[in-house]
Write a protein that binds this ligand. Structure first.
Ligand SMILES: C[S@@+](CC[C@H](N)C(=O)[O-])C[C@H]1O[C@@H](n2cnc3c(N)ncnc32)[C@H](O)[C@@H]1O
Length: 372
């Protein structure tokens, strides 16, 4: 049944409705779960490649059900107020808003993460980086049993550009013995990441606002440096505090002299650097890339990095050796066509054992190397 056949006059809407005419299914009002799923699927068919899945996820969220349980509820009636809200969410989806921003949730690894427009929606491909990171940690720091000696060394891990906290929290949730520092230049993103640590009960991550690795030493940060968004500048040395509002307006201030983690995740107040492992999924899309139009809901700060998309990767590769132990590893996610360039940058910076991992789609997605 098409949307046109199901529309009712706007006069029947509550006065505060901001929606287009509310759909009803003739003779079935208020309609069952099945009816509304079918309606939503047909509404989304022309704009979404995953119309049925989107329809199910959005309705499941609204009626407080697991998506997997919806089938059991196909004959349940949906009340009018819920229908109104469902129509509103379907409208947002039709306009291109990602499902995760509508539901404010995204699954990643074994975690359920809160997301909002301050953070990139974590992608399944990034789990490639997590898998690789965990395999490296497992090889160098075999997992301890509860009963084993408490004096064994803890892996020290740094996640640069943590966004929602996805990578840091996935690693920390698997390796409770790890000391993880997660940084981002956006305080708004760090708020989301901290909330995700709380929601998922992960206690071994400390979140710090920093411009890549610059805040992890006591050297002053550069002045007047642009980072990713017109008008966004970093003016002073010390710990940055940057808040990117939904409107795109950026608030930026300085909180302290040094980013030496204090107190450390262990609560002892000492720095945990240098690190055994540094991971990052930095912005890597070229300014002006045609794909950006489809990503318009996500923060530009999380997406683009210079004319060819490699500015952040270059900076991280240049600075990481100062913060890695000898034998420590740097792993970076990058674009599917950037592996050759990233491997070259790693080799030029003196990394050994430079290699690349493919994502689930067979694209070269992550490259890394070892500090000699
Ligand atoms: C591609 S997103 C990755 C988010 C998350 N790690 C993930 O994988 O889903 C890149 C992140 O880098 C952050 N970022 C951008 N420029 C930065 C900078 N100069 N210093 C630190 N973080 C930065 C952005 O705010 C964003 O959260």
């Amino acid at each position: 049944m098409s949307a046109d056949e199901t529309a009712v006059p706007a006069a029947q809407l509550p006065s505060d409705a901001t929606l287009r005419p509310v759909p009803t299914i003739e003779g079935l009002a208020p309609g069952t779960v099945r009816d509304w799923l079918n309606w939503a699927e047909s509404e989304l068919a022309s704009t979404s490649d995953s119309a049925r899945a989107d329809a199910e996820v959005l309705l499941a969220k609204l009626i407080g059900s697991e998506r997997s349980q919806l089938r059991l509820r196909h004959e349940d009636a949906i009340e009018a107020a819920t229908v109104l809200r469902y129509a509103s969410t379907i409208e947002r989806r039709k306009l291109g808003e990602p499902v995760a921003y509508i539901t404010t949730r995204q699954g990643f690894w074994t975690l359920e993460l809160a997301v909002d427009t301050a953070v990139l929606i974590p992608r399944p491909d990034t789990e490639t980086l997590v898998e690789w990171a965990l395999s490296i940690l497992d090889a160098s720091f075999p997992r301890r049993r509860e009963s084993s000696s408490a004096s064994a060394a803890s892996p020290k891990v740094l996640d640069l550009g943590t966004g929602s906290g996805a990578i840091a929290l996935a690693i920390a949730s698997e390796r409770a013995d790890a000391q993880v520092i997660a940084t981002d230049v956006s305080e708004a993103a760090l708020d989301v990441a901290r909330e995700n640590a709380r929601l998922n009960g992960v206690g071994n991550v400390e979140f710090i606002c920093s411009f890549w690795l610059q805040g992890l030493s006591k050297s002053p940060l550069p002045t007047g440096e642009r980072f990713g968004r017109p008008g966004l500048t970093q003016r002073q040395s010390g710990l940055c505090q940057t808040r990117v509002r939904d409107s795109g307006q950026v608030e930026h201030s300085v909180a302290s002299e040094s980013l030496t983690p204090s107190p450390s995740p262990g609560g002892r107040g000492e720095t945990i650097a240098p690190f055994d492992l540094i991971v990052s999924n930095p912005p890597y899309i070229a300014e002006g890339d045609a794909h950006l139009a489809a990503l318009r809901y996500e923060p530009r700060l999380a997406l683009t990095s210079g004319a060819v998309g490699l500015d952040a990767i270059r900076e991280i590769i240049r600075e990481a050796p100062k913060h890695l132990k000898s034998g420590g590893r740097l792993l970076l996610e990058h674009g599917h066509d950037q592996a050759v360039a990233v491997r070259a940058l790693l080799s030029e910076a003196g990394f050994t054992k430079v290699e690349t991992r493919q994502d689930f789609g067979g694209n070269e997605r992550c490259s890394g190397g070892r500090k000699p």
